[in-house]
Ligand binder design. Structure first.
Ligand code: XIL
Length: 390
């Protein structure tokens, strides 16, 4: 049951910079009393670690019974501004959102996120340029020659990355190019199918040409642990680096579920990509569970979810190459999970009413503990007892 009343945005974006280490903190917005300046994930994150969130909009939200979250829901926007130092457009930079036709680019929604991030001292992770999913019909069903397709991709990457050069710090250039067995998606991915695997390197080269400063990532799910799919990335990236292709990072989406367990080899996996000289990132973390719509999780599910969030965050905190930690959803109301996985939900650290769950407290106190002298401070944090067993 979706109960929260959504307040519409009446004014402009709330400027509320909370970058760790930023010299001046703006006062918290009056209408979000829960977000006191020192009491957010962003505020307690150690230097060098970006805390990210998906900016909800497009995709499955288009069919939902609420207005577009990012542009309409003011308390949600305040939460994004206060909790995060990095934002990922959930759908607004995907091909089907940006490209109504071969001749058009529709940048309004993406621009709004980049502007908002700048006003709030946040970086943006661009998502994504090369994928088998959420492509427009004019592309997937078009009848193009190889030369035309190559030109379509080149133009798209140059135009999109070029538009945001200097403003989108990280690009998740290629998304989900391998299947779980570690085979390239040679049928599903239009670019690989039609143009061959060499096009992957071109996508990175074109992105680098359009913004030489942008940090360029691969990104995928089910690559958290040491497994065949992660091995496939590890091998491909070594080949690409040997050829001088500008690959800078490996993103682990981390869509987890309490009923599946987590792979304890995540630290080793992050470390091996880091040892290649790459930046690593947790890019889309959520922890779903089997739960009826509107039901409360059992105490066991809560404990499991807390443990999963803590494990992934700790793995990132302890790996020096891991520069950002992004949550895929900052409210169960907007989470993609119930829409995509029937009978599953409660996957984010915030309820549908934007109340913090104990998973939030676990993340916050884990971040605090990672600060110099932070363990004692975390133990004295007012919320600590609420999320940790004695
Ligand atoms: C999801 C969005 O959250 C939904 O709104 C949309 O309907 C489908 O895509 N891996 C990715 C993300 O890289 O882009 C996906 O996002 C989730 C899985």
């Amino acid at each position: 049951m979706r109960t929260r009343t959504i307040s519409m945005l009446v004014g402009g974006a709330t400027a509320f910079a909370l970058l760790a280490g930023s010299p001046a903190l703006a006062a918290p917005p009056a209408h979000a009393p829960g977000l006191a300046a020192k009491d957010t994930l962003a505020a307690v994150a150690p230097d060098g670690l970006r805390i990210g969130g998906a900016a909800a909009g497009g995709g499955h939200h288009g069919a939902a019974d609420y207005p577009d979250p990012f542009t309409s829901d003011e308390p949600y926007r305040d939460l994004l501004a206060a909790e995060f130092t990095s934002l990922t457009p959930e759908n607004q930079m995907k091909w089907d959102h940006l490209r109504p036709s071969r001749d058009e680019f529709a940048f309004d929604d993406a621009d709004a996120i980049v502007d908002f991030a700048e006003e709030n001292g946040q970086i943006v992770r661009g998502h994504t340029l090369f994928w088998h999913s959420q492509n427009p019909a004019w592309l997937e069903d078009g009848d193009y020659s190889d030369a035309e397709l190559r030109e379509i991709l080149h133009e798209h990457i140059s135009t999109v990355v070029g538009r945001y050069a200097g403003r989108v710090a990280h690009w998740e250039v290629a998304n989900e190019i391998f299947d779980d067995a570690g085979n390239l998606r040679t049928e599903e991915n239009i670019w690989i199918r039609e143009l061959g695997p060499e096009i992957i390197a071109d996508a990175f080269r074109w992105a680098h040409e359009a913004d030489p400063e942008a940090v360029l990532f691969f990104n995928d799910y089910n690559v958290e642990g040491l497994n065949p799919k992660a091995d496939a990335y590890y091998a491909l990236i070594q080949d690409l680096l040997a050829d001088g292709v500008p690959v800078d990072g490996m993103g682990l989406q981390s869509h987890l579920g309490t009923m599946y367990g987590y792979d304890p080899t995540l630290p080793e996996n992050l470390a091996r990509f880091g040892a290649l000289g790459l930046e690593t990132a947790i890019t889309e973390l959520d922890v779903r569970m089997e739960i009826a719509d509107g039901a409360e999780p059992t105490p066991e599910q809560v404990a499991d979810q807390n443990e999963f969030f803590e494990f992934v965050l700790t793995s990132c905190l302890e790996e020096s190459s891991c520069g950002s930690f992004t949550l895929w959803g900052a409210s169960d109301l907007y989470s993609w999970v119930p829409n995509t996985f029937e009978g599953q939900g409660s996957a984010t650290p915030w309820t549908e009413d934007l109340e913090r769950k104990s998973a939030y407290c676990v993340l916050q106190t884990t971040l605090l503990s990672a600060q110099p002298g932070g363990e004692a401070r975390a133990a004295h944090h007012p919320a600590y007892a609420g999320c940790r067993a004695a």
